[in-house]
Ligand binder design. Structure first.
Ligand SMILES: C[S@@+](CC[C@H](N)C(=O)[O-])C[C@H]1O[C@@H](n2cnc3c(N)ncnc32)[C@H](O)[C@@H]1O
Length: 157
């Protein structure tokens, strides 16, 4: 999920649906400063947990479909990378499209939207890939996870 992200990346990294913070911890382990992490989580309970666990990160309780309207008033216009643990495949296609499209609008060129999925195919809709001239890259599968977890990222060009 985080292997492609350079630890010396200069901008911010957005994590969507960080939950209990397993990907957040992996990001920090690669050497990325906690200050560069922006965590957007819908659950108030997880938001409180994340604020306590990652006090230097920006932690916001909100819906990933509202990325632009949440971050613009905070003066945050774009991100170098997006890491998502959102249950995209459990959502309807329109909600999935809106969330991914919002993400790509705030993602800098050269950055990736990386997504975990319990289905082998990439959960980022074709229409979003085409609209943002993105390229899908298969990153691998973790068979140790139950069910197995597939990772795809889409790089913005
Ligand atoms: C499968 S869990 C992520 C697990 C995470 N990697 C961890 O270490 O706990 C999915 C998370 O996405 C959050 N979520 C679901 N829909 C969301 C949305 N529209 N916006 C933001 N967060 C959302 C859930 O509250 C949940 O914490």
């Amino acid at each position: 999920m985080v292997r492609h992200i350079k630890s010396d990346t200069d901008g911010r990294i957005l994590e969507l649906g960080p939950g209990t913070g397993s990907f957040t911890r992996a990001l920090i382990k690669t050497g990325i400063p906690e200050e560069k992490l922006v965590l957007l989580e819908q659950s108030q309970e997880f938001t409180t947990l994340l604020k306590n666990s990652f006090p230097k990160a920006t932690v916001i309780c909100g819906d990933a479909k509202d990325v632009i309207s949440i971050f613009r008033p905070l003066g945050i216009e774009d991100f170098n990378e997006i890491v998502s643990g959102l249950p995209l495949n459990a959502m309807g296609i329109e909600r999935r499209r809106i969330i991914c499209d919002e993400g790509f609008k705030v993602l800098k060129r050269g950055g990736s939207f990386v997504q975990v999925s319990y289905l082998p195919r990439c959960s980022i809709p074709d229409t979003v890939i085409a609209a943002h001239s993105a390229k899908r890259i298969y990153c691998g599968v973790t068979l140790g996870n139950i069910p197995p977890a597939f990772v795809w990222r889409a790089e913005k060009h």
